[in-house]
Design a protein around this ligand. Sequence first.
Ligand code: SF4
Length: 283
Amino acid sequence: MEINLAISAGFCFGVRRAINIALKTAKTNKPVFMLGDIVHNEEVVKQIQKSGIKKIYRFSCGDGKILLIRAHGCSKNTLQKAKKLGYTITDATCPMVKEIHAIARELENNGFKIIVIGDKSHDEVKGITGQLRTKAIVIDKLENIPLKKIKSIRQAGIVVQSTQNLDKAQEILDILRNNIQKVKFHNTICKPTRMKQNEIKIMPLENDVMVIIGSKTSANTKRIYEISKSLNRRSYWINSSNEISKNWLDKAKSVGITAGASTPESTIQAVTQKIKDLASRKQ
Ligand code: SF4
């Protein structure tokens, strides 16, 4: 059986960078805190906890403490509040997310109403809208476009959450363009996400079975799985090698494997090995 691992499987540049910064920061003598999990993956979260970094939900006195900003970034308010309370900031925000912040701020300064195509509840989106003086409009899907509000906008500056599905964002953009006089659009879906999406449009068609690895809490893994499933019904989403069922491989000549941006290399290797073992037993 042929086993094809996606080139883009696993950690993206931003997540790898944030984890490295976190582990390095944990070695300093000061206590390190983080608002929420570093990424949406249980294994990585465990590794970070083991390093001594503590997850918090709200600030206390920050004297002598380090606050680590995650790859998703955060709002200006959060940052100011933390500094005011005395925290020393270590910023692991992905440079590509920072670029979205800068674009949104510039568009706002030039008089554009900001629209973010993305998931309202996602921390990255909260971080983007939290850069602005005015309230941005966030649109997650076609059905939720606030048409009445949109029609009253004279000029809109549109950015996209870095991990959004390009085709779905394009559909939303088309409607916005048809209803707003002047639109300035920046495709801010990041390069690693685009690469993952390009691969997942081809791999399910070229393989009998697709295995997608990532936590059930990972939005980008969910998107990859949805695209895969729409192209190949023998697509399976797992978080670890223990979840693989040998029946999935029945009569399969090839298996494609990919993984979300927060899935560690060790999990990808364990899954690949388990599939190899099952395949060799079937021969
Ligand atoms: S998905 Fe893209 S923007 Fe988000 S952390 Fe990874 S590289 Fe950065």
